[in-house]
Design a protein around this ligand. Structure first.
Ligand code: HEC
Length: 119
């Protein structure tokens, strides 16, 4: 007798589980569930920061030319004491190797400014 009611219980459970599965797979609700999952999510990103060393008007040439592909931290985190040639080569590499659209006159001014401040 006990075994029989256990079977009935299991049977009912199976029907209930089937019902839930059926509801989840329901053609009416299915797409809604998918749509809810695919809703675009936006995350607040930190403001693109201009480091203090490059926040004056003279440094605008750097901000304008050097932020298209990466943050200015690529510049400010370079080791100090690298000298003029390093900064010249950096700016040249950005333009020639990575295709940064820097006018030749601007390249010189940028390299000079970076060497003065981070050289
Ligand atoms: C067209 C895209 C682009 C622009 C614009 C750009 N860079 Fe870069 N920069 C790169 C790439 C790519 C790297 C290498 C990234 C890496 O290795 O993870 C890089 C890396 C650097 C580094 C790290 C050291 C190195 O050589 O890898 C410095 C410093 C740097 N850039 C300075 C500048 C300066 C100064 C300017 C403005 C004249 C500039 N970048 C503009 C693409 C650019």
């Amino acid at each position: 007798m006990k075994a029989k009611s256990l079977f009935i219980g299991l049977g009912l459970l199976a029907v209930a589980a089937g019902g839930v599965t059926w509801t989840l797979m329901d053609r009416e609700t299915g797409p809604d569930i998918v749509a809810a999952r695919m809703e675009p999510v936006s995350y607040p990103l930190p403001e693109e920061a201009i480091p203090a060393e490059l926040s004056d008007t003279e440094a605008e040439i750097v901000v304008n030319n050097c932020t298209a592909c990466h943050s200015l931290e690529y510049i400010t985190t370079q080791p100090r004491g690298m000298g003029d040639k390093f900064w010249n080569d950096e700016v040249t590499k950005m333009a020639k190797v990575y295709g940064a659209p820097v006018e030749p006159g601007d390249a010189e001014a940028i390299a000079k400014l970076l060497a003065e401040r981070f050289g």
